[in-house]
Design a protein around this ligand. Structure first.
Ligand SMILES: [Mn+2]
Length: 457
């Protein structure tokens, strides 16, 4: 892998002008930012664009734009053998075809690693950046944010694989550190009762989704929720208070018959960006990733990019405003999907949001639903959303348990979409596809057949 990264570094060094093409999610934004900063420091001529997915039209346009070099980050692996006219390099971690082991292509899957877990798009891009110049080790913090954005800590409640080496780089130069703490989202910026209310993985029985129950729980535990007019956040609590809450949550889970496996998931590693101010969205890697998800998914590419490049003034304010909208959209989206209703079939469950949920956040909504108490998690969940222009986006989300049983959504979505003249792919636990509108039923049928085959091995 390092040889391949070196080779790609050489290609970059020899080029004068490089155009970066990256994905709109948090991993894509951090990956693109690492590439951007790397080229900036090399004094290259460079530009960047953010796209939802790489399709034939975009490839055709890129070909006509005649860039000296195109650098695909957090995408491009599925199209690595297409359009040889484009002089390109790829640093991606999505599933890739067997014949794509090419000198300009860096992807953990080509080297026997699990790209869904051990290295993200930002991490893969970081490897090239670091090989170009050791000074780029400061960008390791962005690679950690990217890995968290892609939930790469989910299986072991901590980052593993090459992600661990990247973490070591960051710790070595002091830009990031890890610690064991509660894994729920919002340690730094949410009132404690909100952190409990939105808990998932594991869901806290009786508390998740219930604001007043969370408030009573904290009162009964003897935790002061406010400090003057301010709501106390998780980071404002004393060690003893934190310990007490964690043990009471564990007790709740055990009383409800949850086993050690889910109970132990309450705590795990969290990642702190040392140079950021405590209590801001960019101090905790998971919260940073969510802030980024509120930008490019809504077309506000520049906002995410500037925040990654270090702006803590005008652009982070814009990002915070977008985050309010993003939160609102997620809550509405969840509500909308629940009202539409989830249809269960033999090997999958699905909902169709039509125009009710943006195609760029349908995957996040599907994942939140699958982790909520209202939806069973024994079947993968597919969410559809209209994209316009006669196309429909399908986002599929699964669980670690199903992956362990042999489920590979990337393969299944690719096959089902391919059979209908669409495109699909991603990771075994999370994948997406674009298909012609009106073909949803056919798509589900093929997808279901494929899932059945995978699970029966
Ligand atoms: Mn990614």
């Amino acid at each position: 892998m390092f040889k391949r990264a070196e080779k790609i570094g050489d290609i970059i060094n020899k080029s004068k002008e490089v155009h970066i093409v990256t994905h709109i999610d948090a991993d894509g934004i951090t990956a693109g930012s690492i590439a951007y900063q790397t080229l900036n420091r090399l004094g290259k001529e460079y530009s960047i664009e953010f796209i939802k997915q790489l399709d034939k039209e975009i490839l055709e346009r890129l070909k006509n734009e005649n860039h000296e070099l195109v650098w695909f980050t957090d995408l491009g692996s599925s199209a690595s053998t297409d359009c040889p006219e484009i002089n390109k390099i790829i640093t991606d971690h999505h599933a890739c075809p067997d014949n794509s082991n090419l000198p300009f292509h860096l992807n953990p899957h080509l080297f026997g690693l699990d790209g869904g877990l051990e290295l993200s798009g930002a991490g893969t891009t970081y490897l090239v950046s670091k090989i170009i110049d050791k000074k780029n080790k400061d960008l390791s913090s962005l690679a950690i944010v990217g890995a968290c954005g892609d939930l790469q800590d989910r299986r072991f409640c901590k980052l593993t694989g090459v992600n661990r080496d990247i973490l070591s780089d960051g710790e070595e130069i002091g830009v990031v550190h890890s610690k064991i703490d509660i894994r729920y989202f919002g340690r730094e910026t949410r009132p404690v009762y909100k952190l409990l209310q939105y808990s998932s993985d594991p869901i806290i029985p009786g508390l998740a989704g219930r604001e007043s129950a969370c408030i009573s729980f904290l009162q009964e535990t003897g935790i002061k929720m406010q400090d003057g007019d301010n709501w106390r956040k998780w980071i404002d609590l004393s060690k003893d208070e934190r310990r007490l809450i964690i043990s009471n949550i564990a007790q709740l889970l055990l009383n409800k018959g949850f086993g050690y496996r889910s109970t132990s998931r309450i705590i795990g590693e969290v990642y702190i960006l040392n140079q950021e101010k405590e209590g801001t969205e960019v101090h905790d890697a998971k919260e940073f990733a969510t802030l980024l998800n509120a930008t490019a998914r809504y077309g506000k590419f520049e906002v995410g990019l500037k925040v990654c490049l270090g702006d803590r003034d005008k652009w982070i304010k814009k990002a915070r405003n977008l985050l309010l909208g993003h939160r609102h959209n997620l809550v509405e989206g969840l509500q909308f999907a629940k009202e539409e209703g989830i249809t269960k079939r033999d090997y999958l469950q699905f909902f169709h949001a039509g125009n009710g949920i943006r195609d760029t956040i349908i995957g996040i909504v599907a994942n939140m639903l699958l982790n909520s108490r209202e939806v069973s998690n024994d079947l993968p969940l597919v969410g559809f959303a209209d994209k316009g222009d006669g196309e429909v986006k399908a986002s599929a989300r699964s669980t670690e348990e199903l992956v362990e049983k042999g489920l590979d959504l990337s393969l299944a979505m690719k096959k089902a979409a391919g059979a209908l003249n669409g495109v699909g792919g991603g990771h075994n636990i999370a994948a997406g596809a674009t298909i012609p509108k009106g073909k949803e039923e056919d798509f589900l049928e093929i997808l279901e057949r494929e899932i059945k085959t995978q699970l029966s091995y």
